[in-house]
Design a protein around this ligand. Structure first.
Ligand code: HEC
Length: 187
């Protein structure tokens, strides 16, 4: 009997241990879905209302605010990063850079950019951290502000707002960057 109970405990621990990343990944995916939807709606509205030049101002002021709001609603940390970032606040750290480079390798190997994800649970100071990233593909509308031939007005506004802008020269289907979700987990 003792053995059966012990065995059951082990089973529960194992199930719990292996189920945790899946649950965390689902939470991360839900948050990313919300953020992608909110950013796309904001961009669409701004583009329709005033074209790309006016929409830059909306991205400039709203993207980070919207991201913070969605993150708070999901109880996670959420950001966007890119190997060629526009906003200096969106520069990737070391592990994010490694994942973005791996996404590029997978794209070169023919992987579908729209489904590229990565996750791990890392040991960090004071406990563990769940980390999740999802690639952001470049769509046609993105080329207005991230493509190779931008309208003169767009180039001017971008140059004045982002003197160190590296987020141009993209083509449709390229990896524009990635969403990053992190969440502290109990030990
Ligand atoms: C109207 C111009 C405009 C359009 C169109 C646009 N962006 Fe941006 N994008 C910006 C600006 C401005 C920033 C910097 C502000 C921010 O979002 O933090 C930015 C930043 C980003 C970032 C964060 C990384 C970085 O470079 O700082 C990602 C990812 C991104 N855009 C993806 C996209 C995607 C995907 C599309 C198409 C669905 C798109 N953008 C369309 C203007 C635009």
């Amino acid at each position: 009997m003792k053995q059966i109970i012990f065995g059951l405990c082990l089973l529960v621990i194992t199930l719990d241990g292996s189920a945790e990343p899946a649950t965390e990944a689902n939470k991360a995916k839900a948050a990313i879905k919300d953020l992608a939807g909110a950013l796309q709606a904001e961009l669409k509205g701004a583009m329709q209302a005033g074209g790309p030049v006016a929409a830059i101002a909306v991205c400039n002021t709203q993207a980070i605010t919207i991201t913070a709001k969605v993150a708070a609603g999901h109880d996670i940390a959420l950001s966007r990063v890119s190997l060629k970032n526009r906003n200096p606040a969106n520069a990737p750290n070391a592990w994010q850079t490694a994942v973005l480079e791996d996404f590029e390798r997978q794209k070169s190997a023919g992987e579908n950019v729209t489904t590229l994800t990565w996750s791990e649970t890392a040991k960090v100071k004071g406990g563990r951290e769940f980390r999740f990233m999802k690639a952001i593909p470049t769509g046609a509308v993105c080329l207005n502000c991230h493509g190779t031939s931008l309208a003169p007005g767009v180039t001017d506004v971008l140059a004045s707002l982002y003197p160190e802008d590296r987020a141009t020269g993209f083509s449709e289907g390229d990896i524009r960057g990635a969403f990053v979700v992190t969440r502290k987990l109990p030990d």
